[in-house]
Design a protein around this ligand. Structure first.
Ligand SMILES: Cc1cc2nc3c(=O)[nH]c(=O)nc-3n(C[C@H](O)[C@H](O)[C@H](O)COP(=O)(O)O)c2cc1C
Ligand code: SF4
Length: 496
């Protein structure tokens, strides 16, 4: 299902908060076993969110620690640390785990969460790989440097201009001509990928097997993921979450768009091959008792992409291969993303599939609330029918206790995750647990936070900014000096 029909603004769902006793007796606040030997004390879950607070070298900063400390204050059952790169390559202020030098910082993060949650929160880290995406270039740079002047391009020019001399034209003449040429000429002589590189920025595909580093992905990725998992264990995390969702390498292997011809693309069996090999390598390195989960897409929501049928099939295979939980997301692909401005990179949450990943109140008749639950429910049903008890996590527009409780009661998922609601109010689980649900600061689902993420700016919530005194020395501000960097503190009235 994707957005259909006219968009309307939806009100937030009404919230009836439970008493302390009712919360204690609820399904959402009850324990669950994950993997062979881990118990989460609750089924409350904070899924991965990138806050852009690492150093440019991918190291944990005090701001990273503060970000996770605030989530840990709310003591969710499970907290998943943001997508963290498994390679030792420059990736901007994204956390990295591609070398042993990252371990001490990550260990400090683990210690911080243990302390702030008083040992009540189980902590996983999401590990990911991605391929190259470049910023949309200035036309001068594109035609002057980036575009490869091939014989095919010269041939297209000769045909379009009806002048065979272009077949022998020097590189510089081709570049100068194209820079000055009109749009129709560009659309005629450039192939689809060249035109995309001009309009959106160069972007690799995992089926570009003519590129040696793409060809070798199946050979290198199991080892890279396994090493990252070993480091996660050394740092003290309770488990790793393999990022097989959204716009990144592993989701692209699972995609129906994957046309690799080396046994890793085409049929479902081939598309799931590398994801299963990575899972096996991680399991072998991290140990049987270590939690290894997978986050993947219940539906890509793009033309020609994988849908729920694929996701159900993959889910059963992952469960059969011994994954410890499945966290189901939706959409967030590059294929339908909006054109970025010159100098910016394409962002996978701007198109219709991006909407499905982080739905807002401006929605179709279905609305954003619990919109993606049917995907998790179908996957869970198929897994149970196949005889596996693997827990399934759902997320997407979940913002009240009642929603979460109903999802669990209907058996649509085993854990219920909330990203933006927990960003808006990291204390909300604790407030509900203690019977102060009426004090929850409710997410408005208008995606100010996602806009910051898009520009790789430190992510904050617009609701935190309403209540602070910029002169207060206890308030730390984002690097633009205008926003508070973490949620205002809260303690229960009886603690003063
Ligand atoms: C700022 C921000 C960063 C996110 N980063 C990640 C990420 O690193 N990995 C991931 O799997 N999902 C990421 N997500 C998606 C969320 O985990 C979640 O699936 C999505 O926001 C829908 O849930 P919600 O409606 O509870 O917010 C991010 C979401 C936001 C708002
Ligand atoms: S910025 Fe908006 S969408 Fe994001 S968490 Fe805050 S209220 Fe929710």
């Amino acid at each position: 299902m994707s957005l259909s029909g006219p968009r309307v603004r939806h009100p937030l769902p009404p919230a009836h908060w439970p008493t302390r006793q009712a919360a204690a007796g609820s399904r959402w606040f009850s324990p669950i076993r994950i993997g062979r030997s881990l118990t989460a004390l609750e089924r409350t879950w904070v899924p991965a969110m990138v806050p852009w607070r690492a150093t440019d070298d991918g190291l944990v900063t005090p701001e990273v620690l503060d970000w996770y400390a605030r989530f840990a204050d709310g003591q969710p059952g499970v907290l998943v640390v943001e997508a963290t790169g498994i390679r030792d390559i420059a990736s901007g202020p994204l956390l990295r785990i591609g070398d042993d030098r990252f371990v001490p910082g990550l260990r400090a993060l683990v210690d911080t969460v243990r302390e702030h949650s008083r040992g009540r929160t189980r902590l996983f880290i999401q590990i990911l790989d991605f391929v190259t995406v470049r910023r949309r270039p200035e036309p001068e740079r594109f035609f002057g440097r980036y575009l490869e002047v091939t014989d095919a391009l010269r041939g297209q020019l000769a045909l379009w201009l009806d002048d065979p001399r272009w077949r022998e034209a020097p590189d510089q003449s081709v570049r100068a001509f194209l820079l000055a040429a009109d749009r129709v000429t560009h659309e005629t002589v450039l192939n689809d990928r060249e035109l995309e590189a001009l309009d959106y920025g160069y972007r690799e595909r995992i089926w570009d097997t003519q590129l040696p580093h793409i060809q070798e992905l199946p050979r290198v990725l199991p080892g890279l993921f396994a090493d990252a998992a070993r480091r996660a264990r050394e740092a003290g995390f309770d488990g790793v979450e393999l990022h097989y969702a959204h716009a990144y390498t592993m989701a692209s292997f699972l995609s129906r768009l994957n046309t690799r011809r080396d046994g890793y693309g085409g049929s479902r069996e081939n598309r799931v091959r590398l994801p299963l090999e990575v899972l096996a390598a991680v399991r072998a390195r991290a140990g049987e008792d270590y939690v290894v989960g997978i986050r993947y897409l219940g539906d890509e929501v793009i033309e020609g992409g994988s849908d729920l049928d694929d996701a159900v099939w993959f889910g059963v295979r992952f469960a059969g291969a011994g994954v410890d939980y499945l966290s189901v997301s939706k959409g967030g692909r590059f294929e339908d993303a909006k054109q970025p401005k010159i100098g910016e990179a394409v962002y996978p949450y701007t198109g219709p599939s991006g909407y499905e990943c982080m739905p807002t109140v401006l929605s179709d008749a279905g609305g954003p609330f619990g919109r993606n639950v049917p995907l998790a429910a179908a996957i869970r049903r198929a897994i149970r029918d196949a005889g596996w008890q693997t827990p399934v996590v759902t997320s997407g527009g979940i913002a009240t206790f009642d929603q979460a409780e109903a999802i669990l009661e209907r058996g649509e998922a085993d854990c219920v995750a909330a990203a933006r609601q927990t960003l808006a109010d990291p204390d909300w689980f604790r407030k509900i647990r203690l019977g102060y649900g009426d004090r929850v600061r409710r997410c408005e689902f208008t995606n100010y936070c996602e806009g910051l993420d898009q520009r790789h700016k430190q992510v904050t919530c617009k609701l935190w900014d309403r209540a602070f005194d910029p002169a207060d020395p206890a308030v730390s501000l984002a690097s633009d000096g205008r926003r508070r960097l973490s949620a205002p503190p809260w303690s229960p009235p009886d603690e003063g």
